[in-house]
Design a protein around this ligand. Structure first.
Ligand code: FRU
Length: 485
């Protein structure tokens, strides 16, 4: 399907129509990457949460499929159950016993959010299985499989723990700022192993945890454990954001390193939340691949897009870099992106280039005495989004205060900043602009800023700038093809 709407991203995933939030059930299975996602089949705002579904062979070109697991109502009690966030696994050895025909299948583990007349009653964890590569699911008749009689208890992420040949679930008690770890041999009976938290950022409830192994940047064969938590933003609890902990998991307990340094934030942009990683990526590949929701609960239901609302970030490869302060998460856009680059566009300062509305910019600053420098995405008269470096504050920033339509919500206009030191006086930015999404990867992924913008023009241009002095910078620009053609 060829999309022509004003703000439709060309190489980021978005549903064909209607509302989405968190990515769910990220899984590589039988040659396909699966992206399930929180989806409202009935409207363009949050509600009736179900699992939408798409598949891809390269993490970029997605095929939309019918809704996989839907909200349902129990006739006897009148209670409805929404299918909240969760994960999916490849049960290749049929540990669950769900797959009678021999061989394995796909199992989804999600939060059943039980409500009556829109009043939340309880949340517990349930499973559903699929014998047709995720196209259709059957809910297990003895659901829920994990019930602590809590009102808030959600977002199970299950993975296979090979050393003990068992499943491990990470799940949160949001208002207690706690992650819990459970184990199971069959995906049905779960036993508590340990709890983690509160620690780091507790300004907002904890959601969407993910306990993962992340390869070391300079020796990818070696890995360390990282716990991701969705909670609040470095600018404070008005906005959602994500923190992470680096440490060790021994099959029962997660122990963080350097506990005094937390919180560590995964992102500095406003449009990054609920990011989790793909399960079952082939060993021969070895990557840890993350995907997040490119929106923010602080204004997300009001963004001026239709007939859909919200997109996913680019998929990202995660690594750990050993720094003077300890290990830090590095995020790189997946290497598959190189294959969808279109023509390069020559940029000669101080001119402008017109790369369309979906493009990649590789900007490298080498020298100069400017107080601020970078480039602008010019989208109209007095309308621009600034991507710059501020030497006195030592920050890379996106300034979207004049980026176009910013008035749909008072929380939207913002300057979003990441702390960055110049490296031997230099700075590298890899920037993806995709119509209404801007992702800035700083110094090979040491920091990332993802922000939405809603410009009013039909063509964007780029121009370098330097304030209070000079800046020598090289800028390469590539158009990027639509993945929906
Ligand atoms: C995070 C979240 C999850 C929940 C889902 C509901 O954005 O609140 O905790 O499962 O969204 O749609």
């Amino acid at each position: 399907r060829k999309y022509t709407e004003q703000y439709r991203p060309a190489f980021h995933f978005s549903p064909d129509h209607n509302w989405t939030n968190d990515p769910n059930g990220l899984l590589y299975f039988d040659g396909e990457y699966h992206l399930f996602y929180q989806y409202n089949p009935f409207g363009n705002k949050w509600g009736h949460m179900s699992w939408g579904h798409a598949v891809s062979s390269d993490l970029l070109r997605w095929e939309h499929l019918p809704v996989a697991i839907t909200e349902y109502t129990d006739k006897a009690s009148g209670d409805s159950t929404m299918i909240f966030s969760g994960s999916a696994v490849a049960d290749v050895n049929n540990t669950s016993g769900f797959f009678s025909k021999g061989g394995g299948g796909m199992v989804a583990i999600y939060t059943s959010h039980v409500h009556r007349n829109n009043q939340q009653l309880t949340q517990h964890q349930s499973v559903a299985y699929s014998e047709d590569r995720g196209r259709t699911f059957t809910r297990y008749t003895d659901n829920p499989v994990l019930d602590k009689k809590l009102k808030d208890f959600r977002d199970p992420k299950v993975f296979w723990y090979e050393p003990e040949k068992k499943w491990v679930m990470t799940v949160v008690v949001p208002d207690k700022f706690k992650a819990q770890f459970y184990e199971s041999k069959n995906l049905k009976d779960w036993k508590l192993l340990s709890e983690f938290g509160p620690l780091g950022d507790t300004a907002k409830i904890w959601e969407c945890p993910d306990l993962i192994e992340v390869p070391l940047l300079d020796n990818p064969a070696k890995k360390k454990w990282v716990l991701l938590i969705s909670n609040s933003h470095p600018q404070g609890p008005t906005f959602v954001g994500m923190q992470y902990f680096v440490g060790n998991f021994d099959g029962r307990k997660f122990t963080p390193e350097y506990p005094k340094q937390y919180p560590l934030y995964l992102e500095y942009g406003k449009d990054f939340y609920a990011a989790v990683t793909f399960n079952n990526v082939p060993k021969s590949d070895g990557r840890t691949i993350l995907l997040g929701w490119a929106n923010n609960w602080a204004y997300g239901q009001d963004i001026p897009t239709e007939p859909w609302r919200s997109a996913m970030t680019l998929p990202r490869e995660l690594y750990l870099k050993n720094t003077a302060y300890g290990y830090r998460v590095i995020q790189k856009p997946v290497r598959e992106l190189a294959a969808i680059r279109d023509d390069s566009v020559k940029y000669t300062p101080p001119g402008k280039v017109f790369p369309g509305k979906s493009f990649e910019v590789n900007y490298s600053y080498t020298a100069g005495n400017a107080a601020k420098f970078g480039f602008k995405i010019i989208t109209g008269e007095n309308e621009e989004t600034i991507i710059g470096y501020d030497k006195s504050l030592q920050e890379v920033y996106i300034d979207r205060t004049k980026s176009g339509n910013v008035s749909f919500h008072s929380n939207f206009p913002s300057v979003d900043r990441a702390p960055v030191k110049l490296q031997n006086g230099k700075l590298k930015l890899q920037v993806f602009v995709d119509n209404s999404i801007v992702e800035v990867y700083i110094n090979d992924g040491e920091q990332v800023i993802t922000d939405q913008i809603f410009p009013t023009s039909s063509e964007y241009s780029l121009q370098q700038f330097a304030e209070g002095g000079t800046a020598e910078a090289d800028m390469r620009v590539w158009k990027i093809k639509s993945v929906w053609l």
